[in-house]
Design a protein around this ligand. Sequence first.
Ligand SMILES: [Zn+2]
Length: 336
Amino acid sequence: MWTASRHKAGRFPMVAYRSFSTSVQKDWSASLPSNVRIVEVGPRDGLQNEKNFVPTRDKIKLIDKLTNTGLETVEVTSFISPKWVPQLADAKEVFTSIQKKPGVRYPVLVPNLKGLEAALEAGAKEIAIFAAASETFSKKNLNCSIEESLDRFRQVTEEAKKHQVSVRGYVSCVAGCPFEGSIDAEQVVRVTCGLLEMGCYEVSLGDTIGIGTPGDFHRILQALRPHVSMNALAVHCHDTRGTALANILTALQYQVSVVDASVAGLGGCPFAPGATGNVATEDVIYMLRGMGIDVGPVDLSALIAVGQETCQLLGKNNNSKVAVASQASRVRRANL
Ligand SMILES: [Zn+2]
């Protein structure tokens, strides 16, 4: 048994233990990507699930604060009909009012050609389109079958390319669907390949209801590997059952190097009662930096502060464990 007294007795000198640990860590981390790109989705995926309308000025402030922390990709909003998502009815005003920092990417979600037109008018340089790996989810979320959605998105992608706008794809429900239950990995392969073939530069695999485990991600990535470059994939893990970080680690072991995350873990899924938001960006950054992975210049303390302010504004609990721990230690220090 490893105890402090044995350690003090010198049986395992601290220096030797540390060097052992470091060499093991080097061998292990050599098999992981050295850089990971974080895609912050809180302002879109997080806020779209809020019941009460978040004032436009607060959305703009949130996005500006997020980019000021050093985040390099922030998904801003969705150019979707306000009939479907009233929370994001101010997409144009939000997109045109945020500060556009050089080098930062500001993708927006687009459901169809009409949405693309609005996004182009607002000056978007990058859009995201979203298909599902489940027929029922596709019908509920997009009002059409998977095949019909791919046809629709093919037109959107062709039009976007004419305007030099890059297109990112999402596949929802890769690990399970609130209506159909488990989803066949071959279905994920079919939709992912469809999106890449039409010209998406990257496809984000969404565990929309946070039901997946590392076993599911292993199964899905094994199925995808013969067909798709791992460089063209991202993961989008909701943390409903506490498995998001483990799922991300599994994806990193497959050399996936793009991770979606939401500040303070904001979000949910309207079709899955009880589904929580994306994994918290703070927690992903903490874990990846602890593993020696470069996640860019983001200031984690500043990000924790932005998450905390946003939760106060929305009257929500902070779902970032790192933020909660950092708040608790701040309170303890103040009381010493
Ligand atoms: Zn999501």
